[in-house]
Structure formats: C-alpha cells, structure tokens
Design a protein around this ligand. Sequence first.
Ligand code: NDP
Length: 248
Amino acid sequence: MTGGGRGIGAAVAEALAARGAAVTVMGRTKATLDRSAEDLRQRYGVPALAVECDVSDEKAVTDAFATAAAAHGDAYVLVNNAGGGESAAFMDTDRELWDWTLAVNLTGTYLCTSRVLEAMLAAGAGRVVNIASTAALRGYRTMSAYCAAKHGVLGLTRALALETAGRGVTVNAVCPGYTDTDLAQAAVLNIATAKAIPKDQALAILLKSLPQGRLTTSAEVAAAVAWLCAPNSSAVNGIALPVAGGEV
Ligand code: NDP
C-alpha cells in the first residue's frame, strides 16, 4: 500500500495486518515507513516491508513494486492511499501546484495500479482500493486541483472496474471526509490563517460544517477499506464509498 507510514495509510496497513496480510508500506519517508513496518511485525506477527517510493516517479514505482513482489509475491491487494493537496484559489493555482496535485493523487494511482493489475488478472483474484475523497464527489472552494485529481481517481476507478468485472478483481474507491490526520490539520491552519483566528476557533468552524460535528477517524476509513478487501466483498465493484458522516 502507498503512503502507509502515517495518517489513513498507517491505519489501513494496521487493519490489513490485523487480518493476517503480509504488508508492504510505501512512501517518501523511509524512517516513518520503517517504524510502521516494525510496528506491524511486532503487534501482528505478519511479514511487513518498508519501501521508499515517490508515487509520482515512474521509475521509483517500478523499482518499489519489484522489491515488494520479490519479498511477498504478487499483490492480492493494492491500496492507493498516497496523496495530498494544498488550498489555493483557482487564480492562484499555478502550473506547478496543478501538476504536483495530479501527479501524486491521480498519476500515482495509475502508475501503481499498472504495476500490479496484470498479475491480479492472471491469478483471477485481486482488490484495488483507491483512497479518493469527498472531493471526488463534490466541489470545495480553493481546492480545484485537488477536486479535479480526486474526481479523476473516481473516474479511473469506475472505468477500470468495468474492465476487471468478472475476472476476480474488484476496483473501488473510498471517499473519506475530513479525517483526523496531518492533512486535516493543514486545513484547520488554512482557515486560521485566512480568517486570522486561533487554531481552536478554526477547528470549531470546520467541525460545525460537518454533519456529525466531528472528524472521521483513520480507523473508520481503514475499516471500510478492509471490508472492500474481504473475499466475500467480491460483488462490490466500481463503487465510491463515502466515509464522511453524511456530508455527501
Ligand atoms: P497525510 O498527509 O497524513 O499522509 C499522506 C500520506 O501520503 C503519507 O503517508 C505520505 O507519506 C504519502 N505521500 C504523500 N505524497 C507522496 C508521494 N509523492 N509518494 C508517496 N507517498 C506520498 O494524509 P492522509 O493520511 O490524511 O491522506 C491519505 C489519503 O487520504 C490521501 O490520498 C488524501 O488525499 C486522502 N484523504 C484525506 C482526507 C483527510 O481529511 N485527512 C480526506 C479525504 C481524503 P510520505 O510523506 O512518507 O511520502
């Protein structure tokens, strides 16, 4: 899985390890990944490997997936979780921010999926779960690049699900709302900066906009991913599953 060292990715890695999966966690920060893999080995007794990989770098992706396959064999599950976004009004969204946002969220998902799909289809068994966002289902002000990238992830999910249907491989998207990770902290900081208010007030404004009045937890997102990966979820294909407390 990508982005498995912290945030939602770490929670997903834990949920899969708890179900006995051998896990490879990939991301840019080796130290965090090593800690995550060590934690999975200690707590769940599963094989766990940390592999450094920037998902927007095609060669790095090819090398990382070869390393993972050499250690654990062909993947049965791929969770495309690596991602991120920065708040900017459309007129302040320069080419660099646009390209980076699409590269990490959308092209990274394409690259990683293309490295595992052939073996999944050959085995007649596989699960691809893309961590999209409620930003794949609706617009948010000052998040045009991120919304475009996540809508793209959902389009890819739906199209590929039709190609793999009937071949033992499902492709689904999980769409979290604001979740208790560094990414949501950044959103709070943006509100605080834009309104020149303290962070706790900014958090209160954000929470007030959410139907349940609280952030989604990483564990709640991970539970949805684990369900989609279960053998008896085989008829669930091409869906966008919001984990967002009713926001969408
Ligand atoms: P975090 O910022 O906490 O974690 C982001 C993860 O992605 C890290 O593990 C990071 O690892 C990895 N990552 C980022 N860029 C790259 C890259 N170029 N190559 C490889 N790995 C990368 O965010 P979340 O855990 O919250 O986000 C996880 C996913 O969930 C993302 O796709 C995000 O868009 C989505 N999401 C998050 C929501 C939220 O409110 N938190 C809401 C909806 C969706 P490293 O730094 O080591 O590279």
